[in-house]
Design a protein around this ligand. Structure first.
Ligand SMILES: [Fe+2]
Length: 374
């Protein structure tokens, strides 16, 4: 279990660092020379380091966004050249519909994770409720849910050029399917929204797919009223997702929120922890126990182990009756063969409850010491 400790109390970010981390990126940089403050890069180090995250928490209101996860996504690239001891920085906002609408109109057009959209008329409220419910149910493209791709960035095959050379692109991702954008890996320019060439249902997903050794991507979709769909997608640029297994939701109209899931080359685990979307909260702005979600620990946690091995692919072994716990990110997963059979080991930083979700409200983080450590 994770617990707070005074052991690291000297590690609070300075106010300047906090202002930078939780402030607004003043400019989009194109190959700007970085400064190496201490020491020098190892001469063997050469490559590009990519990160995605909120580039601004402005949203047209005085208070701005409310939660760490709400800022508009900005992908940053640091090109490291150890021989020259040089670091070069490029960053770019992902041109999602959510970001573009804010830039053009100075106001949010979609709710972000912890910040509801401001709505002033009853008619607009009713329209927004319908679109949000429709979006969560998988109806419509971007109408009901944000496509603010601010969470993760991965590299994918983008097909082949005329000479047969593999091309690559970056995918900036969030927890909605329309919030998947292809970026140029050198300029970080947003090329297009990723289109999938299959007919799988689902708008809600995770921004943390698992990628196997051969580049195959595994992820899950969540469709209220239907369940989770675990799928695979080859790294061939065709973007065709193939269903592996369906896992019914414990509560069909209020699915559990899954931010990340553990997987090996043989198994993927759907961790159904009892933190559930509350559609009424999401649409009407009512408080759930944790933002727009409800924590119901009496449900316990169920781990659905999906077999990825070709001989038994799609078989699901659900391990229920576990005590309720919450995990943001799974650190590792691996199998161990023993004389008693195959053991699947999962490593994670486990919380007793999901209070961390509320601790990451910006008001808490910006307090500095005495508040919540990011
Ligand atoms: Fe994450």
């Amino acid at each position: 279990m994770c617990s707070s400790s005074d052991e690291y109390s000297s590690s609070w970010p300075s106010s300047d660092a906090a202002a930078t981390a939780f402030g607004t990126a003043e400019a989009e940089l194109r190959g700007s020379q970085g400064t190496i403050e201490n020491g020098s890069l190892p001469t063997w180090l050469n490559g590009r380091y990519y990160r995605n995250g909120p580039g601004t928490y402005e949203n047209g209101t005085e208070e701005g966004m409310l939660h760490l996860f709400d800022g508009y996504g900005m992908v940053a690239m640091i090109e490291l050249d150890g021989k020259e001891n040089r670091a070069t920085i490029t960053n770019s906002f992902v041109r999602s519909s959510a970001y573009s609408a804010f830039k053009n109109n100075g106001a949010m057009n979609w709710r972000e994770f912890g910040t509801p959209k401001k709505i002033h008329s009853v008619v607009d409220k009713a329209k927004d409720v319908m679109e949000t419910v429709g979006g969560a149910m998988g109806m419509g493209e971007t109408k009901g849910v944000t496509d603010n791709a601010s969470v993760h960035v991965i590299e994918r095959n983008a097909g082949y050029d005329k000479q047969g050379n593999a091309m690559t692109e970056l995918w900036a991702m969030t927890e909605t399917v329309p919030g998947t954008f292809a970026l140029d890996p050198a300029s970080l320019e947003t090329k297009k929204r990723v289109a999938f060439s299959d007919s799988l249902d689902g708008t809600l997903t995770t921004a943390h797919p698992s990628v196997s050794d051969d580049g195959t991507l595994f992820n899950l979709l969540s469709v209220p009223g239907k369940g989770f769909t675990v799928y695979r997608m080859a790294n061939d640029g065709k973007n065709c997702r193939e269903k592996i297994a369906d896992v019914p939701h414990k509560r069909p109209l209020s699915p559990a929120w899954i931010h990340d899931f553990p997987a090996t080359n043989e198994f993927a685990v759907v961790p159904e922890m009892p933190l559930y979307f509350n559609l009424a909260s999401l649409t009407l702005g009512l408080d759930g126990t944790h933002l727009f979600m409800d924590w119901i620990p009496t449900d316990g946690t169920t781990l659905h182990v999906v077999n990825l091995d070709s001989r038994q692919e799609g078989s699901v072994d659900s391990v229920g009756d576990l005590e309720a716990f919450f995990v943001f990110h799974w650190a590792n997963a691996y199998t161990e063969e023993t004389e008693n059979g195959t053991y699947l080991h999962l490593d994670a930083c486990v919380y007793e409850d999901p209070d961390i979700v509320e601790h990451l409200l910006l008001n808490n983080i910006r307090k500095g010491e005495g508040g919540v450590r990011p």
